[in-house]
Design a protein. Sequence first.
Length: 123
Amino acid sequence: MKWLNDLFKHRIVRSYLLRLPPYLRNQAGPNNTASHYSTQQILDAIKQLKLSDKYTIYAVVALSNETASKLYAQEMQLSEDALKIRHEVADLYLHGNRDFTIDDINTYAGISDADEPDLADGE
């Protein structure tokens, strides 16, 4: 029943990519210009949003930097390496863009810079 496992994994990873970016961006504040989030920020967000923790490596690979991703994969003793998982995320969700950034993930999640109020205008 590999196809069923793949379906569940796809749904969980998709929920990470849709729900974590707006939550993390909101937690970081309106002036956040981070190019990635820490592993702990991502894991805390998964817990706060009550998302499945079965495929957390996918969230960490998508939303953290390469070093943090590799370290987390080693800590979790995963057989797959972080680069292979990053390529899978790119191929399944980001039109094969293997050099994706947080901005690409935000676009996938439907977030744009226009979603943030301009605090300079007193809003």
